[in-house]
Structure formats: structure tokens, C-alpha cells
Design a protein around this ligand. Sequence first.
Ligand SMILES: [Zn+2]
Length: 313
Amino acid sequence: MYIGAFDIGGTKTIIALADETGKIYESEQFVTDTRDCREHLRVCCGIFRKQLHKCGLSSEDVSGIGVNLPGIVDREKGVLLRAVYAGWTDIPVKAWLSEMLGVSRIVCENDVNSCAVGELRFGLGREYKNFGWMTVSTGVGGAVVCDGRLVRGAHGYAGEFGHLKVEYENPARCPCSQLGCLEAHGSGTALTRMISEAVLEDEDFGAAFQAIGETPSGAANAKLAEAGNAKAREIFEKAGEYLGKGISYYTNILDPEAVIIGGGVAASLNWLMPGIQRSIRKYTFAQMQDVKILPTALGYEAALMGAIAIAAE
Ligand SMILES: [Zn+2]
């Protein structure tokens, strides 16, 4: 049987036709239209129908569809309760999709949870059964896998790494409205802020970006770090220290084998690592300091593989 994977993010959407082994037959990426969710889902269904047709299949050949949603999801009902970035609330995704496609098995999941499930089934989870997943990009999201199962918690919020408090002396404001959260100090947004502040303070650092023909950004900072720029490395290490602090809190409670990092900032993991390890040595109980910090084995496809995994479960 075949599987549909709908990875609907706040900015981009990927629709794919796959099977239970994770093999992808067709896949198409496009911009998420946040104006009208029902209309966006209609477009998703049109693309999926085209993919089925291209492979000589119909919706009767589909055993289920996994749907990643960028917010808080009621899994039982298949309702997207709230997606802050897209501005969607109370969307009956499961009901609408099953009506549009005639497929009854529609499994909805929060996109970060889905990444962890994808990693569990198709990535490093084949090796590790106790791990934390962290998406480090604009914000910091997380999920927790214990004994080979995703932990959801009482409200479905388990694994919110982003809102662990990591800075008390000079705390920055987090989008959640609290001060000093990991998301405010270790995310891509925080890196950008640290880089801009450093450029204002240090002319030479600004000149270093100009010299490589780049405006200051996380990706450009990685280029400078690569070229040996001490300031660029220091910024990554600082962000890494905060990430390592959050990782330590989690490790002390759940004793995981690994923490797996995905999201755009994961590409700079090498440069974050000295700071991460410094904090682990400082804040993690001695017997658990060998916790492995690894980039996702699924790269940018983690969420899409997650959508396949939740439908195949
Ligand atoms: Zn927060």
C-alpha cells in the first residue's frame, strides 16, 4: 500500500507519495498559502491526486496520509488548534482532507514531534531508543523519545526545549513573552541578533563580512568561522553554550543516549559544538556526560519522513 505525506509548514509545504518503507515516488514543494487554510488544503489534495495519477494509482491504493502541521494539534480529532505563524485556529484538517480525498486514515501531528518520529523510524532511532530531538532554526522546538516511543505529555507539549531558562543575568525576551528562554539565546534568531550586536561593537568584524561580500547572517558567520575568524567562532560558541545548558537539564532528568539536532542552524553544529560540550561538562551529571550530540541523519527531509512514519505506524 501507498502513503501520502503532507508536510505543511508555516512557510513551505511538501506533498509526497511514498510507501511504508520510506521510499518516495513523487514529491513537490511550494509556498504555504497562509491566507486560507481550506484553500491551501485543496491545493495540496490536487497535487497529491496528480501524483497518484502519474503513478497509475487512485486513492484506494492509499492506506493513510500523514499530515505535519505547524502548531498545536489535537491528534485524536485531527484538528489544528493553533498555528501562530500561519495565523490558523481550530482547523478540522482530518475531516476536510478525508472529505476532499476519500481517504479515511488521516494522521495529524505537530511538525516537530513528527521529525522525532521520522528519525526514530528511518534515521538514528534505529540505533538509539532514548533521544531528544531539537529543531534549531528561527526558534527552538523539541521532542522527546523514551524507550522507542514519542513522549507527548498531558497537554501534548512534552519536549519544549526552547523554553528552558538558560540566562538569568542578561535575559533576552522570548516570543513566549518570558525572559531568558533557550529560544531567545540559542536559536537562529538569537544568532542573528548576536552577530548584529557584534558588528555594531566591532568595526573589524563588520569589515570581515564586507570582505567576503556578504551581509551579516548566520550562514555568513559560518563562512567567517570556517576562515578562522575568532569573533565568528566565539558567537557560535556562546549560542552553543546555551544549547548545551538546555541539553544538560534534559539529560539530567531523562538520561538519553543522544540529542539529535535538525533545522537550519544544524548545518553549523561543528561550530556550536565546543560551547555545547563546555556546558555539558559544567551542568550534566558526570555519569551522563557521554550523551551524543548528533545532526539528524535525515537532513532537510526529517519532517517529510516523519509524515510517512506517522501514517505507517
Ligand atoms: Zn520562551
